[in-house]
Ligand binder design. Structure first.
Ligand code: GLP
Length: 260
């Protein structure tokens, strides 16, 4: 696991560099897209590179991590609509190239199984962008999630619903109680995981992710078992890291050719 501590604007550029490098070397790459505020600056940077530098997503595909259950198709906070607004509509993905779990499916189990198959049929995710919840969840894999889980329905914790209430006019009662989410094993199948976290509120989760014991109580700790993880954090999110000085020295001394 590589931990990079840098100002937020640089973190977004580093993540965009990784996406750009992948797309330029393999235009048909499969991306994993996350919602939440953490990746927004990355999406801004990718949209800018699309508009100004000709970075193309035309042959790429993308899979979303998760979706609320039961939000109307036109609800602005439905993750499918959020991803459309924040990134898909700003670049040149082909129609149908971006997929997400179907939070309005009648048969939830069949929809989750179909989603797993679609990811496999696409050849798996090459680069997965991730955020992290204050309780250490990734996608919507809340504490207690099986480290071997696949796409399924989950109940959101009170903490997550309170954290996300800001997107629902501050009213936690408006935040759905259930979601469909890629499982931890689904996420672990992606070839490169790029996790972004900023702000002091993420400091404990980031410490556990990088330095805590692997445990379902901090679901993101399963990433310690992945061979290629990049954790991009600002000073505030890094404030509880025991090895912060080492991570800083390591990044400063990194050979230029190495990339992320
Ligand atoms: C939500 C999403 C996660 C995201 C997390 C953190 O619960 N399902 O994918 O990582 O929030 O969000 P933010 O980046 O806004 O802090």
């Amino acid at each position: 696991m590589e931990v990079v501590i840098a100002p937020p604007a640089q973190l977004a550029r580093l993540a965009a560099d990784a996406v750009e490098e992948l797309l330029r070397s393999r235009p048909t790459a499969v991306l994993g897209l996350a919602t939440g505020s953490s990746p927004l600056a990355v999406y801004d940077e990718l949209a800018r590179r699309h508009a100004q530098d000709g970075l193309s997503f035309a042959r790429a595909r993308a899979f979303m991590l998760d979706e609320y259950v039961g939000l109307a198709a036109d609800h602005p906070e439905r993750y499918r609509n959020v991803i459309e607004k924040e990134i898909a509509s700003r670049v040149d993905f082909a129609p149908g190239a971006v997929q997400g779990p179907d939070g309005l499916a009648d048969d939830v189990r069949a929809a989750c199984a179909a989603y797993e198959r679609a990811i496999v049929d696409a050849g798996g995710v090459d680069l997965q962008i991730l955020g992290i919840g204050t309780d250490g969840h990734v996608a919507f894999n809340e504490p207690g999630s099986s480290l071997a889980s696949r796409t399924r329905i989950k109940t959101l914790t009170r903490q997550t619903r309170e954290d996300n209430a800001r997107f629902f006019g501050g009213d936690v009662a408006q935040v759905p109680t259930h979601c469909l989410t890629q499982g931890l094993a689904t996420i672990m199948s992606a070839r490169h995981l790029v996790l972004l976290a900023t702000g002091r509120g993420k400091a404990e989760a980031v410490h556990q992710l990088a330095e805590g014991p692997v445990s379902a109580m901090w679901p993101a700790t399963v990433l310690q078992h992945h061979p290629h993880v990049t954790v991009l954090v600002d000073d505030a999110a890094a404030s509880r890291l025991q090895l912060a000085d080492y991570y800083r020295e390591t990044f400063a001394a990194k050979p230029g050719w190495q990339g992320l």
